[in-house]
Design a binder for this molecule. Structure first.
Ligand code: NAD
Length: 342
């Protein structure tokens, strides 16, 4: 009986980074294919569960359980913390683990460091969306990063890794340290394009054909629709920056309707204000399948809630790579009580 119990492994952030480094194109294809599998219904992805604390109101830990079919066939859970005060103390805001469960026995196979996996799947879907939403218009040559932390860095890396080049890269953040840090990253990455730091949000948006929101704002702080009159493509990854007035004047796409219209995201606020979901054009999956077309003469806002199935797919890829390399660190005797009657 115990022979069927899989080994349990722990995969460190170093191993995750090594398995993913330089593979932006391949991972974007994997994430896109997994997202399409989800859109086709070959997944189970219940609502994320938010654990919040009366004594630490800006912090949260989110559980994302999920199951993916297709050739990946794995179940699991991402457990991701967001403690924004960490940044002032010199450590990243988010930390996470991913548990992969064996399809046949349900046994946990591995625990992976997952802040890298989470940032990777977020950036991969954002890069994919940038491509799909720019079809039919000139490819954006001016990108603006609104909020310049770790997620912004990953999104830039994934855009560049997928062949995007820019004439201009705009940067805006409330923190001068973040702007300087991101600028340093851009310069070190060999990014093409002139880098400009904008003190005013309006100037960054006006100067960008592709705008990436990656702040930690809890409620809308960008409220002026006229800032978007040049009809940019907007990757609204941080979900709560844009006021309903802006979404109501834009073409709105989400990754998953039921997931995204929750937790006071900007699309959720629009639903509360209007009492309807008519403001939504559809999902990115609808665009990929040709069910929704994206006009070139409107602002397009993509608000991705972030799906646990994407973490699973990237996590399973890392697990398979580490296994293939013979580097799996198995914890011997992890499952110890294996005889029913001792
Ligand atoms: N949708 C998804 O799938 C997904 C996945 C992962 C992370 N995220 C979100 O991405 C965001 C960024 O994450 P991160 O790890 O890069 O955080 P981070 O703390 O490393 O960086 C956030 C940056 O935003 C800046 N900022 C905060 N409020 C701002 C404002 N009003 N205007 C301009 N700048 C502002 C901060 O100074 C900081 O530099 C978070 O909101 C996180 O929840 C979304």
């Amino acid at each position: 009986m115990s022979a069927a119990v899989p080994a349990f492994a722990v995969i460190s952030g170093g191993q995750v980074a090594q398995a993913l480094r330089g593979r932006e194109r391949q991972i974007t294809e994997l994430v896109e294919a997994t997202y399409q599998l989800h859109c086709a219904g070959d997944s189970v992805n219940p609502p994320s569960y938010f654990l919040q604390f009366p004594d630490r109101p800006n912090a949260r830990i989110i559980a994302l359980p999920a199951s993916i079919g297709g050739s990946i066939r794995v179940d699991g859970l991402k457990w991701v913390s967001s403690f924004p005060d960490n940044v002032a103390n010199g450590i990243p805001r988010a930390s996470a683990v991913l548990i992969l469960n064996d399809h046949d026995t349900g046994y946990p196979l591995a625990c992976l460091e997952s802040s890298i996996i989470s940032a990777t799947r977020t950036a991969a879907l954002a890069a994919s969306a940038a491509g799909w939403l720019s079809r039919g218009r000139p490819r954006p040559a001016r990108v603006g990063f609104f909020g310049t932390g770790l997620i912004a860095r990953y999104i830039h890396t994934f855009l560049a890794g997928n062949g995007w080049t820019f004439d201009e890269i705009g940067v805006h953040d409330l923190s001068a340290d973040s702007m300087a840090g991101f600028r340093g990253y851009l310069e070190g990455s060999g990014a093409t394009g002139e880098i400009t730091c904008y003190d005013r949000a309006e100037d960054l948006i006006s100067a960008s054909d592709l705008v990436v929101f990656a702040t930690i704002a809890g409620q809308p702080h960008v409220t002026e629709p006229s800032w978007f009159k040049h009809n940019p493509v907007v990757l609204h990854v941080s979900l709560r920056d844009l006021a309903p007035e802006i979404l109501l004047e834009s073409v709105n796409l989400v990754d998953d309707v039921e997931h995204c219209l929750k937790a006071n995201t900007s699309p959720h606020l629009v639903e509360q204000v209007t009492g309807s979901r008519e403001f939504l054009a559809g999902t990115l999956g609808d665009v990929m399948a040709g069910r929704v077309s994206v006009p070139a003469d409107r602002t397009v806002v993509f608000s991705p809630f972030g799906l646990g199935v994407l973490d699973l797919a990237v996590g399973k890829h890392v697990y398979d790579e580490v296994t293939r390399a013979g580097d799996l660190n198995v914890v011997d005797d992890f499952f110890h009580e294996l005889r029913r009657y001792g």
